[in-house]
Design a protein around this ligand. Structure first.
Ligand SMILES: NC(=O)c1ccc[n+]([C@@H]2O[C@H](COP(=O)([O-])OP(=O)(O)OC[C@H]3O[C@@H](n4cnc5c(N)ncnc54)[C@H](OP(=O)(O)O)[C@@H]3O)[C@@H](O)[C@H]2O)c1
Length: 299
């Protein structure tokens, strides 16, 4: 079981003025949108990409966190299939790296925001996963991210663990960009209809992270995904419509696309902890996709 948010608000999270933010993994898809969101709101933010800070380097990570009030860990090993054969390498980034940052944030008196994933769950539920549902990862990537969560809980009481899923954004390779390209290249597409989840725009997640911190949300675990649910097939149809493509799409099953890492069949996350903290969850996935499409597909 994971803890539900209940710890008292920390001094570092209570003031929204003069807060200094450090975004680690700032060159990634989420990291870029988070730095942009913070810049837009006039926040004092430093973004460090992997070339500036390798989270597996404990000494460098400790030094980098000094002087910050909030440290957001957007760095991760996200190659889900490669992690199956290289779990140790993925663990070094997703678990040891998270532990290093959490320790550094604690020493600096900073609040740590750790971004996690739906892959910590088994993905065989029939109702949305609650924040305190048991973690039962079925893949190497999921195990390393679950270990990262536990490391953060162990190293600093002043943490926000924000699980997300099915991310897409303008600054990285992602599912809708791939499907729009394939839809333009091919006569027809077959897309899996037996995996459901919540497509989530990195810009929305970045905004949610900022709102959580600014609200002084209690330490604990939150779910940062869009509302509602759809399958990859359903999402593809919406993406192709946005791209003005009439390419026929037919539903298929996961058996047609076997990959090294198992994919969760059910990746729908509940948002009760956000509501309890007085933080509005992200809106419905379809409306949010409509808002995002032009930017993400660069139409
Ligand atoms: N994408 C999704 O659908 C999804 C779903 C659920 C959860 N998440 C989580 O959301 C977060 C953000 O994901 P994202 O989609 O933005 O991933 P991303 O685009 O792959 O960004 C991750 C960044 O971390 C960097 N990185 C890798 N190893 C590092 C290290 N040792 N030290 C410092 N930086 C390192 C990567 O640099 P290089 O590119 O140079 O390796 C990359 O810039 C991650 O925690 C991920 O687990 C993502």
């Amino acid at each position: 079981m994971t803890e539900t948010p209940q710890a008292p608000q920390s001094p570092s999270s209570s003031s929204s003025r003069g807060r200094r933010w450090l975004v680690v993994g700032a060159a990634g898809m989420l990291g870029q949108d988070l730095v942009a969101r913070l810049h837009r709101s006039g926040a004092d933010v430093v973004g460090l990409g992997r070339a500036d800070l390798d989270v597996t380097d404990g000494a460098a990570t400790g030094a980098a966190a000094r002087g910050f009030d909030v440290v957001v860990n957007c760095a991760a090993w996200t190659a889900v299939d490669d992690a199956e054969a290289r779990e140790g390498d993925a663990f070094r980034v997703n678990a040891t790296g998270a532990a290093n940052l959490a320790r550094a944030a604690y020493a600096a008196g900073a609040r740590l925001v750790q971004v996690s994933t739906d892959y910590v769950f088994a993905g065989d539920a029939e109702a949305p996963y609650a924040e305190d549902a048991a973690m039962e990862p079925r893949s190497a990537y999921g195990r390393t991210k679950a270990a990262g969560e536990w490391a953060v809980r162990a190293e600093t009481p002043d943490h926000l663990i924000v699980r997300t899923a099915w991310l897409y954004g303008a600054h990285g390779g992602c599912f809708p960009r791939t499907m729009a390209r394939l839809g333009a290249e091919k006569d027809r597409l077959a897309v899996v209809d037996d995996q459901v989840g919540q497509p989530t725009w990195t810009a929305d997640l970045a905004d949610l992270i900022v709102r959580l911190v600014e609200a002084g949300a209690p330490s604990g675990t939150y779910h940062g995904t869009s509302a509602g649910q759809t399958s990859w097939f359903g999402f593809t149809r919406r993406v192709l419509a946005s791209a003005g493509l009439g390419t026929p799409v037919e539903p298929t099953t996961s058996d047609a696309f076997v990959r090294p890492a198992p994919r969760p069949a059910f990746s729908v996350l509940g948002h009760d902890a956000l509501r309890s903290a007085g933080v509005e969850p992200i809106g419905d996935w379809a409306a949010r996709w409509d808002a995002a499409a032009a930017e993400v597909l660069a139409l």
